[in-house]
Every structure is written in structure tokens, then in C-alpha cells.
Design a protein around this ligand. Structure first.
Ligand SMILES: [Cu+2]
Length: 508
């Protein structure tokens, strides 16, 4: 007889007051089931006061983020999706390799679910690691339709304390829609104190709309001054960690001697986040849930939209420390969590430096031991049967198009592959914004970043392609056949056309 069971209260973490989730070891009962079943009911939702914003958006099961889904690797998963959003909707299982018709892309892998309708998603979650789920329709993800999904490998080492943190930002909707229309005047958000090298990612626009070769100016405090207003920047009402804005985020209580693993997801509609924990360095072991060839220890994490990192630290002394996402406005500390020992309730928390100047920042080049590309004109990455260069473009002020090879979805050029192909995709981004590019249904290797060959390629499903820079992916085409979309995960950019497909075609 087949054992099956719904996720009980021990597996779904309820309530806005829980601003993050600590994961107890999976119970033997939960781990022993063949099938994990959930219901996801999407409907309008008024955000609670702890979010720091007055905002009506959408939620799965009456909470933002949606329920934390958790399975043991090898279990089957079945979700009954009920759409009460008032419009069309679907659920995408980000980072999962699954049958194409379960991938949740409207008009590509399924007909969108009508309002009042239902859809059953069923698959065997793969590969193990930190995945997530979200709506793939319009701006619904930015309104709150997202949540974390952990596929746990029982053989993988556990920390003493396992914590899921979801960084997300509540948009000013008029500003979001203006950005999609290409008419926003909101300022771009830049992190404070990045080196001029990193700041090349944020060049200023000249008034004629062309690229300026100047790096961004710094003010007297060494903070980057805000670049010229962009056509598609979004203004935010609040910056949250798992539903709450500091100081309403619940403190994480740790013990001296504990090893803590933070699984951090950036579910922001558009913002790259820079995360730093006062008094500690972070040991990064997984990129987008996948084990990296080697761990790296850094002062601060850079997390692009839709990326995930597993970051570990040890508690070596009593105290209280803030984990923060650093904002351009250094007074804006709302995206923070207090981490402290039980006896430090009265301590004034140690703050991380308000600037990233001098910090060792996680970058692909650092994690992958980037080195200069070999000369001589031969390809340094080995043979490939499919090679494609994608030119990222668009974003001119007053226009509403973000393009691939000069075209917008659905007219973008598609990448045809056959099962067994070794595929190499090179991105060239001469635009003035970073693009967090995401491929569905695959884990690829990032083999080149910003002109550096990575000696240790990073296994990922999403990578930032920085402004004025490049990235190269390689993967073996061995996913289930179908149409796998490849798009920018910035909600404004994907809604303005920056999407294409990797299509499995038959025959020789
Ligand atoms: Cu983009």
C-alpha cells in the first residue's frame, strides 16, 4: 500500500509573525512517505503591519512568502493549485528539473489556469537543494506569489541550526507599472561603497541616453551617488525578510558552539541584494541550491534576483549581531534580522559596516577562481555541439522594450537543441543594467563571468550578467524534452520582452 500524507503543521510554517523559518530535522514519518501533497490557494491579500507597508497584493494560503515546501529527495510531490487571484495564473517550480508540462509557463508549457480554476502539478522534485516556486504570470510574483521549496538530501551534512531567509521588496505598484511602461523616474538603487571595479556594473547614463564611460561618482562618505533616473527603476514601499521589516523581524536565537546554515533567497522583483552579518564571515557552499566545487568564505554576499546561496557561520561567543541587506540609502536598515544568543537580549546589536568598501564580496570570479582567458583564439571551454551568443539590449528611457538579439518575446530567436547536445550560451550585455538570466528545467555550469574563465564552474539556474559585461553557460541537454524558457528574472525586463526558449527538437 502506498503511504501518502498532507504536509502537516510541522512542515508548513504559518503566520506573518514568523518572519523566517527554522527547520527542525524532518520527522521519520514525513521522510517515510512516498508522496507529499499540498494545496496552494492563491488569492488577494492585505499585507500585515509587520511588513512595514500598506499593501494589497496576492498570497498563497494567506501568507507572504507562501508556505515553505519541504520534501526528502526521492519523494514524489503533488500540488493542487487553486486560482482565486481574479486573473489567469500558473505556478513555476524554479530550479527544478521536471516534466516540461509541469513547468508552469503560460502558453508555453500549459494553458494558464483561469480564475476559479484548478491545476494539479505532480513531479519528483529534482535535484536536491534549495529551490523555490512562484507565479509565472505578469506581475503576480511581485505582488506576493512566491515561496521556498527545499528538496532535502538525507545524506547531506546538516547544521545545528538550519534557517531559510527570503529577501523580498514590496513595490510601489504605480512605480512598477510605470517601469514596465518605460516611464518611471524612480532612482536606481545602488549598494553603498562598492569598489570602482564593481561599480562598473552601475554606469551613469548620459543625457542623450547613451552609455557613459565614467564610473559612478562617490560622495564624501565614499558612497556611490545615485545615477541618473532610469526608465525602468521601481520604487519600493518596504524591504522585508520573510514577510517582516526590521525591527519587526523576529530575532534568531543561537547558542555558542552552534553551526548555523542560512539558506538565503532573493525574491525581489528587481533588486540585487548585498548581505552582510556583523562580526562574522560567511562560508558559501551552494549556489542556487547546488553544491559548489569548493566553498568560499566572504565578508558579504551579492545575491541577484532569483539566486539562492547557502551561507554558514559558527557562533563562537555570546552576543547580538544584525544580518543586513545593505541599501543605497544607508539609513534604510529594515531588511535585517537580529541574530543573538539567549543571554544577549539587552545587548545593543553589533551592526555590519554601512559600506561595502574594502569588503571581500562574493562574486562568481572569486567563487570560481576566475583567471584570464587563454589567448590564441581557441575555445577554452571544450567542445560544444550547440553554440549561441545572445545579445541583451533595450531599456532606452521612454521605451518599454528589453530585447534579446534586438527582438522581444515571442519573436526572439530560439535555441534548438537535441538530447545529448553539449550547449554553450554566451551572453553579451552592453546595457546599463544587470540582467539575472534564468533557464528553466536545467542546472547549467557558469564557466565564464565578466571575461574571466572560472576554473571551478558554478552549478546554477540563474546568473547575473552585469551591465557592460558577459557570462557563459554550458550544459548537457539531458532534461525532459520540451520548451524551456530562458529569461531575465527582473520582472520589468521579462514583462518587456527579455525572454527566449531552449527547445528540444527531434531527429538528427
Ligand atoms: Cu534584465
Amino acid at each position: 500500500m502506498q503511504r501518502r500524507g498532507f504536509l502537516g503543521n510541522s512542515l508548513i510554517f504559518a503566520g506573518a509573525a514568523l518572519s523566517w523559518a527554522v527547520l527542525p530535522p524532518m520527522s521519520a514519518q514525513a521522510a517515510d512517505r512516498d508522496l507529499v501533497e499540498v494545496t496552494l490557494d492563491a488569492r488577494p491579500y492585505r499585507y500585515p503591519a509587520v511588513s512595514g507597508a500598506r499593501f494589497t497584493g496576492l498570497a498563497y494560503n494567506g501568507r507572504v512568502p507562501g508556505p515553505l515546501l519541504r520534501v526528502r529527495y526521492g519523494q514524489r510531490f503533488r500540488a493542487r493549485f487553486i486560482n482565486n487571484t481574479g486573473g489567469l495564473s500558473t505556478v513555476h517550480w524554479h530550479g527544478m528539473i521536471l516534466p516540461n508540462d509541469m513547468d508552469g509557463v503560460p502558453y508555453v508549457t500549459q494553458a494558464p489556469v483561469p480564475d476559479g480554476g484548478q491545476f494539479i502539478y505532480t513531479f519528483k522534485p529534482d535535484p536536491p537543494g534549495f529551490r523555490w516556486y512562484h507565479s509565472h504570470v505578469g506581475d503576480q510574483e511581485a505582488l506576493g506569489l512566491f515561496g521556498a521549496f527545499l528538496v532535502e538530501d538525507p545524506r547531506a551534512p546538516r547544521a545545528d541550526l538550519e534557517v531559510v531567509l527570503i529577501l523580498h521588496d514590496i513595490p510601489d505598484l504605480r512605480s512598477l507599472w510605470a517601469a514596465i511602461a518605460g516611464t518611471s523616474t524612480a532612482p536606481m538603487d545602488a549598494p553603498p561603497g562598492l569598489s570602482s571595479n564593481a561599480m562598473r556594473a552601475l554606469p551613469a547614463m548620459d543625457p542623450m541616453g547613451g552609455m557613459s564611460s565614467m564610473s559612478s561618482p562617490m560622495d564624501a562618505m565614499g558612497r556611490a551617488m545615485k545615477p541618473m533616473p532610469m526608465g525602468d527603476a521601481v520604487r519600493y514601499l518596504s524591504h522585508c525578510v520573510s514577510g517582516a521589516a526590521y525591527p519587526r523581524t523576529r530575532p534568531l536565537i543561537v547558542k555558542v558552539g552552534q553551526t548555523v546554515r542560512l539558506r538565503i533567497l532573493n525574491a525581489s522583483p528587481t533588486l540585487t541584494h548585498y548581505v552582510r552579518l556583523a562580526g562574522h564571515r560567511l562560508r558559501v557552499t551552494h549556489s542556487d541550491g547546488n553544491p559548489m566545487p569548493r566553498a568560499v568564505t566572504v565578508d558579504a554576499l551579492r545575491i541577484g534576483v532569483a539566486e539562492r546561496y547557502d551561507a554558514w557561520f559558527e557562533v563562537t561567543r555570546p552576543g547580538a549581531w544584525l544580518l543586513e541587506s545593505l541599501m543605497a540609502d544607508v539609513r534604510d536598515y529594515r531588511q535585517s534580522v537580529l541574530i543573538r544568543t539567549a543571554d544577549a537580549a539587552d545587548h545593543r546589536p553589533e551592526m555590519p559596516p554601512a559600506s561595502l568598501a574594502g569588503a571581500q564580496l562574493f562574486s562568481y570570479g572569486l567563487a570560481g577562481a576566475g583567471e584570464p582567458m587563454p589567448g590564441g583564439g581557441h575555445d577554452p571551454f571544450g567542445p560544444a555541439t550547440v553554440r549561441k551568443t545572445l545579445l541583451l539590449g533595450g531599456g532606452k528611457p521612454g521605451h518599454r522594450h528589453w530585447t534579446i538579439d534586438g527582438k522581444i518575446w515571442p519573436d526572439t530567436p530560439k535555441i534548438d537543441v537535441r538530447s545529448g547536445d553539449m550547449v554553450q550560451i554566451h551572453f553579451n550585455n552592453p546595457t546599463d543594467m544587470d540582467h539575472p538570466m534564468h533557464l528553466h528545467g536545467h542546472v547549467f555550469e557558469l564557466v565564464e563571468a565578466s571575461g574571466q574563465r572560472l576554473r571551478y564552474p558554478l552549478p546554477k539556474d540563474t546568473t547575473l550578467v552585469p551591465a557592460g559585461s558577459t557570462a557563459t553557460w554550458r550544459f548537457l541537454a539531458n532534461s525532459p524534452p520540451g520548451r524551456w524558457v530562458l529569461h531575465c528574472h527582473n520582472v520589468v525586463h521579462v514583462m518587456d520582452g527579455m525572454m527566449t526558449e531552449v527547445d528540444y527538437v527531434r531527429g538528427a
